[in-house]
Design a protein around this ligand. Sequence first.
Ligand SMILES: [Zn+2]
Length: 96
Amino acid sequence: MTIDPLSLLFIIVAIGFIVLFVLLPRYGPHYTSRLVCPNCRKAFNFHWVPGATITSIIQRGRRNLKCPYCHVKSNYDIMSTRVAKPKNASKVKQKT
Ligand SMILES: [Zn+2]
């Protein structure tokens, strides 16, 4: 059985899509943003993944989020309030 180049290309694209939309959001880098609600002035942490969803690609560094305290929806700049860098697999590098 031989695989023609077109179906081979389709398989490569399909694998690329799985990596981009399934594996990266789950196991890829995570960011934490320290956000302050403009309504009740309370600070809360928000965990997010860069470029994981279609909305994050469209909205870039901004997210519409509900405040966990007063439940008022506001638009937050999660890019500039980022506090944590993506975690590196530091546990793997441990020396014996
Ligand atoms: Zn609030």
